[in-house]
Design a protein around this ligand. Structure first.
Ligand SMILES: [Zn+2]
Length: 133
């Protein structure tokens, strides 16, 4: 696992490297390069970490509002929420808690299986109510 503090530093330097002040930009890029060398990183690895992070964010829905995790549901879910509110409310309490626990402490597999179970639970409820919403 790549140190997040180092990554943040490198990213900051890379961002400064886009500065309109040529001198500042060159110095920032040199610093970023030096940090990457020092920690055995390259730009490809930075991209990978970025992709991993945005996937992780998308999974829990932090960031922008996004589609509800229930297939076929058109309602958006808010920042940091897995499902739209009407659906999230219907997740059994035990599962709801388990999702939070595993999201905070992992492992990712447990989180994903809890989420899958919550989705199934809601789909079952809707099916037994005669075709859902
Ligand atoms: Zn929904």
């Amino acid at each position: 696992m790549i140190d997040k503090v180092i990554l943040a530093k490198i990213r900051k330097c890379l961002a400064l490297g886009k500065s309109s002040n040529e001198h500042e930009a060159a110095a920032a890029l040199a610093k970023a390069r030096a940090l990457m060398d020092e920690h055995g990183l390259d730009e490809g690895m930075l991209d990978l970490v970025e992709i991993e992070e945005s996937t992780a964010r998308a999974a829990i829905g932090a960031g922008m509002s996004h589609a509800c995790a229930i297939p076929g549901c058109e309602r958006p879910a808010k920042d940091g929420q897995l499902m739209c509110w009407p659906h999230w409310r219907r997740v059994p309490k035990v599962l709801n808690r388990a999702i939070f626990e595993t999201y905070a402490r992992g492992p990712v597999e447990a989180y994903q299986s809890n989420v899958a179970e919550a989705i199934r639970a809601i789909q079952d409820k809707e099916a037994s109510e005669g075709g859902g919403q």
